[in-house]
Design a protein around this ligand. Structure first.
Ligand code: PLP
Length: 375
């Protein structure tokens, strides 16, 4: 099987599995306790926090809040930052549902929400963001890179522009897709909140973190026993947190090599496909992640193609797969002005750390054969 759906989730790295193993076994303590077993678990959680802070250049480990994944980190950022003082939210039409649905929930509860349009590449204009912000804006949320197309947003410039106008506005970025490829480094001039998820970078599912810059006040989304300095209650998932830290560390160390390999795979894939069949690559000229190829096969229904590809040994994805597994119309492609027919003929292939140029070549061969068969 050629697994080309790394944007959905990635296989657990063997080194991450090894790091987690003791905490699924004999080191089972609850870090909130007093005794030695508990303290062993607490030390593991705090070491993980230090490791992650060091990996992203955060000055204080307590700026890392552990969450149950990227969705929860996004919820905590968007809802947590907008809750105190009825703050307004500014975001874009191409965000992941974790951000968009949080914003919509806040809107139903009285917050002012602005959802900004994007250009044909799916990029928001920094001047549009700045124009939408005023002192009543609590949080601006713009993703680093899109999960469907891989297109990157000018987050640094957006942050700079927002700081010029909204003196009390925090900037959040969803770095869930970008983390494997792009440097995610805390800087004074960078975002105040950054969401990361373990399972997109070789870590376990159901764990992530939110970087929260020192001084950013967040209302918790999950209430309870006051773990994570009250910012996220609930007994820590120690094994998952240890796995998250191992995955973050390995991903940062491997990043350049990863980008070169997935880039070679993706470029060869697109090149070979173009030479064999008719394709349109979405946002081909935009800055985009090296791992993602979003491709339209004119005249071929994505749903049919996906099933046939699966039978031929290639795993890929289309649109946003909802929980029933059905393909929903993509709000991202819609916001980019891509017509529904073109959207329904488009598929996302996303490469991973074990892929290289030969994977791209092999995948292009299978995909073009299947497409030819269907045409
Ligand atoms: N944000 C983006 C851009 C994503 O791609 C995803 C996962 O698909 C998420 C957030 C949600 O992360 P998680 O699956 O860890 O909840």
């Amino acid at each position: 099987m050629l697994y080309l759906d790394h944007a959905a989730t990635t296989p657990l790295r063997p080194d991450v599995r090894d790091a987690m193993a003791p905490y699924i076994g004999e080191r089972f303590g609850n870090p909130s306790g007093i005794h030695t077993t508990a303290q062993q678990a607490k030390n593991a959680v705090e070491e993980a926090r230090e490791q992650i802070a060091a990996s992203i250049g955060a000055s204080r480990p307590l700026e890392i809040v552990f969450t149950g994944g990227g969705t929860e980190a996004d919820n905590l950022a968007v809802l947590g930052a907008s809750w105190p003082g009825d703050g307004a939210i500014v975001t874009t039409a191409v965000e992941h549902a974790a951000v968009l649905e949080s914003a919509r929930f806040a809107e139903r509860n009285g917050r002012a929400v602005t959802i900004l349009p994007v250009d044909r590449w799916g990029r928001v204009a920094p001047e549009d963001v700045a124009a939408a912000v005023d002192d009543g804006t609590a949080v601006v949320s713009v993703m680093m890179a899109n999960n469907e197309t891989g297109v990157c947003q000018p987050v640094d410039e957006i942050t700079r522009r927002v700081r010029e106008v909204g003196t009390r506005t925090f900037v959040h970025t969803d770095a869930v897709q970008a983390f494997a490829s792009l440097p995610v480094e805390v800087r004074d001039t960078g975002p105040d909140l950054i969401a990361v998820s373990a399972h997109k970078i070789g870590g376990p599912q159901g764990v992530g973190f939110l970087f929260v810059r020192d001084g950013v006040e967040l209302e918790p989304v999950i209430h309870g026993g006051g773990q994570e300095l009250g910012r996220r209650s609930g007994t820590h998932n120690v094994a998952a947190i240890v796995g998250l830290a191992a995955a973050v560390t390995a991903s940062v160390v491997d990043r350049d090599r990863y980008r070169t390999r997935v880039g070679a795979a993706r470029d060869r894939f697109e090149h070979d496909l173009r030479s064999r069949t008719t394709i349109e690559v979405t946002a081909a000229d935009a800055p985009r992640l090296a791992s993602h190829a979003h491709v339209r096969f004119p005249g071929v229904a994505a749903e049919t193609l996906l099933v046939r590809l699966d039978l031929a040994g290639v795993a890929a994805a289309a649109g946003a797969a909802c929980h029933s597994g059905a393909i929903e119309t993509s709000h991202v492609l819609d916001a980019m002005g891509i017509d529904p027919v073109a959207a329904s003929e488009s598929i996302r292939f996303s490469f991973g750390r074990d892929d290289d140029e030969s994977t791209g070549a092999a995948a292009a061969q299978i995909v073009s054969d299947v497409v030819e068969d269907l045409s």
